[in-house]
Design a protein around this ligand. Structure first.
Ligand SMILES: [Ca+2]
Ligand SMILES: [Ca+2]
Length: 412
């Protein structure tokens, strides 16, 4: 049987795998910023003058202070920390960590306007504003997920493996079965749900929960039958029964082929008819139409744009919407991070917005949107970058999480 090749094969030519830690941008080695905390029973101004004096004598000095909490920020050589801590009235000397969280929320997450959802709705709806709701799950149909990655800690709750025409099959909570030995699935998962934890990167829905549906092998390819099986298992969820609360709510498919398949289409219809929102990559061949399954009318087809809002020449035409897909930093197996490009990276942005919408709808006491309502909301609220309405390159435009959530909560 013909194998379908995951889009990562193309992506590897487009991508630079940095596999680097984000902590590379550290403070200068010789001097460091430290926060000196002053005892509540000490004379703050006296201690402050001693702290500044000592810092200056060591070649450093005052950077700032927060008198309300009796904190003084100074620069000193590393060796100066122990001297500062010996000043009478100083209770702790804490290294003022270089802003590792700076850049945790990458440009692509801002480009789809996700942080505006978090800040606007967390006071009313709590974690639903970040994509968490007890029954909401996003199924990542891909190469598996490195569920041990610190930025995906706790995100994956269930796993399915369907490989080699079903010869390798597993469904359950032994997540090691769905370990990602390719990297593609972990990268996709991070774009959806990397944690907002002050390290690494953050996803569009940084508290969303995921099902790892491994249907592509280490080389990034899989059979049609396995992809179809994965879609159906995700739809049924852990209880094995479709139409119950543990079903996947969104199925994210960063995979595709230029060939149609009635088997794949029937699996897509099965999920759609149980209310699952299906999102797939338009493909990276520069073709005049999306790949399958993105091309099916039940599926939201996602094309790529770069950080300037331009559509790269390889992003297949006639997507429904576009999302960032060029030089996207996300999680990679082994606790690493990588920069990849492709409609594979654009797709999970849209899947995660769908999860934000469904979680917030439930938190607001409303039913989930149907797949056709979701299609309407995402396309209607998209930012028409071309200015000409629907067009073959941008579809309806760049997805806008805040506009979509606003519309889904207030107009439906
Ligand atoms: Ca993070
Ligand atoms: Ca179920």
């Amino acid at each position: 049987m013909r194998k379908w090749i995951v889009l990562t094969i193309v992506l590897l030519f487009l991508s630079t795998i940095l596999a680097t830690s984000l902590e590379a941008s550290a403070a200068p080695a010789s001097y460091q910023r430290v926060i000196v905390r002053v005892s509540p029973v000490a004379d703050y101004n006296l201690v402050k003058s001693q702290v500044i004096g000592l810092s200056k004598s060591l070649g450093g000095g005052l950077i700032s202070e927060i008198p309300e909490i009796r904190a003084i920020v100074v620069s000193v050589p590393s060796s100066g920390v122990s001297y500062l801590s010996k000043i009478k009235g100083v209770i702790t000397v804490e290294v003022d960590k270089p802003a590792k969280a700076h850049g945790e929320v990458q440009w692509n997450i801002y480009m789809v306007n996700a942080p505006n959802v978090w800040s606007s709705y967390s006071s009313s709806y709590g974690n639903a504003a970040y994509g968490y709701y007890s029954t909401i799950r996003v199924a990542v149909v891909d190469t598996g997920i490195d569920y041990t990655h610190p930025d995906l800690y706790g995100a994956v709750t269930w796993c399915v493996v369907s490989l080699n025409n079903g010869a390798t099959f597993y469904r359950g909570t032994n997540l090691t079965k769905c370990y990602d030995n390719n990297g593609h699935g972990t990268h996709v998962a991070g774009i959806i749900a990397a944690r907002l934890n002050g390290q690494g990167v953050a996803g569009v829905a940084p508290k969303a929960l995921l099902y790892a549906i491994k249907v592509l092998d280490a080389s990034g390819s899989g059979y049609v039958s396995d992809i179809a099986k994965g879609i159906i298992e995700a739809t049924k969820g852990p209880d094995g029964t479709p139409g119950t609360s543990d079903d996947a709510d969104v199925i994210s498919m960063s995979l595709g082929s230029s060939s149609d398949s009635t088997t794949l289409h029937d699996a897509v219809k099965y999920a759609y008819n149980y209310g699952v929102v299906l999102v797939a990559a338009a493909g990276n061949e520069g073709a005049s139409s999306p790949d399958y399954p993105a091309a099916y009318q039940e599926v939201i087809a996602v094309g790529a744009v770069d950080s300037n809002g331009n559509v790269p020449s390889w992003s297949n035409m006639y997507p429904d919407v576009v999302a960032p897909g060029v030089n996207i930093l996300s999680t990679y197996p082994g606790g690493k991070y990588a920069t990849l490009s492709g409609t594979s990276m654009a797709t999970p942005h849209v899947s995660a917005i769908a999860a934000l919408i469904q979680a917030l709808r439930l938190a607001a006491g409303k039913p989930k949107l149907t797949p056709s309502q979701m299609y309407y909301v995402l396309t209607y609220t998209a930012d028409d970058l071309s200015g000409n309405g629907y067009d073959p390159y941008y579809g309806y435009g760049l997805v806008d999480a805040k506009a979509a959530v606003d519309y889904a909560l207030h107009n439906i």
